[in-house]
Design a protein around this ligand. Sequence first.
Ligand SMILES: Nc1nc2c(ncn2[C@@H]2O[C@H](COP(=O)(O)OP(=O)(O)OP(=O)(O)O)[C@@H](O)[C@H]2O)c(=O)[nH]1
Ligand SMILES: [Mg+2]
Length: 255
Amino acid sequence: MRLISNLRKLAVVPAYNEAACVGDVVRKLRANAPAYDVLVVDDGSTDATARIAEDAGACVLRVPFNLGIGGAVQAGFRFALENGYDFAVQVDGDGQHDPAEIDKLEDTMRDREVDMVCGSRFLTDDYQYPAPVSRRTGIHLFAFLLSRIVGQRVSDPTSGFRLINRRGISVFARDYPHDYPEVEAVLMVHWHRLRMCEVPVRMYTRHGGQSSIGGSGKSAYYMVKVLLAIFVGLFRRRHTVEPGEDAAVAAAQGI
Ligand SMILES: Nc1nc2c(ncn2[C@@H]2O[C@H](COP(=O)(O)OP(=O)(O)OP(=O)(O)O)[C@@H](O)[C@H]2O)c(=O)[nH]1
Ligand SMILES: [Mg+2]
């Protein structure tokens, strides 16, 4: 087995109007996860997100209009696939995730031999950000349903703090859910016969800016949309990623 330390790694940071936080996120990534190249996907921000991220030392991918979180993250995975990265970690641009914990995600990926490791705020008792009650109810409902569908415990299916390997990159670069994507992404991992597990992490309140799912209207839409996606997903055609398929995809694309 190749050592993870010898491989190419990318941190994908989706950011939409995160001028207040993105600079710190990039600096913390560079200080605590120096093996990672940092790609900020500026999702059509109207503030200084791109300039601040660049000044902090990130490579910035500017999309010409707002794609939504799923499109922004998928653009990052596509960049990772096309540029030959072996691992990609998703870290939100609002400061909720701690880059110092990426090591823990990596160790778990190596020890458990999985394709995706998700940071879970609910596997630790001393959480800093359990999420508001209404959101927590939704998260626990998704967790209950997902755990039954995928046949393993999933405690924090909406966590956006995730490490994926080349197989995961290959799947998500081609197809990734658009809005509120995290829950569906767990299902995709399952349908593609990849393996995932969770690891306890700390999650913090956002350090500034605005949440995409604040407000009761948006929360209700989020609940309905994700529940529908789970049920529709049950009837989707299953697909198996064979070993080496990522290489075949790369060859087909002339990478
Ligand atoms: N709001 C929003 N965020 C986006 C978009 N595209 C990328 N993002 C980024 O995606 C990350 C996650 O979005 P958040 O709005 O923080 O979602 P969340 O973390 O589930 O919600 P909170 O816990 O309330 O912060 C942030 O870094 C955003 O800047 C978009 O179109 N809308
Ligand atoms: Mg957030």
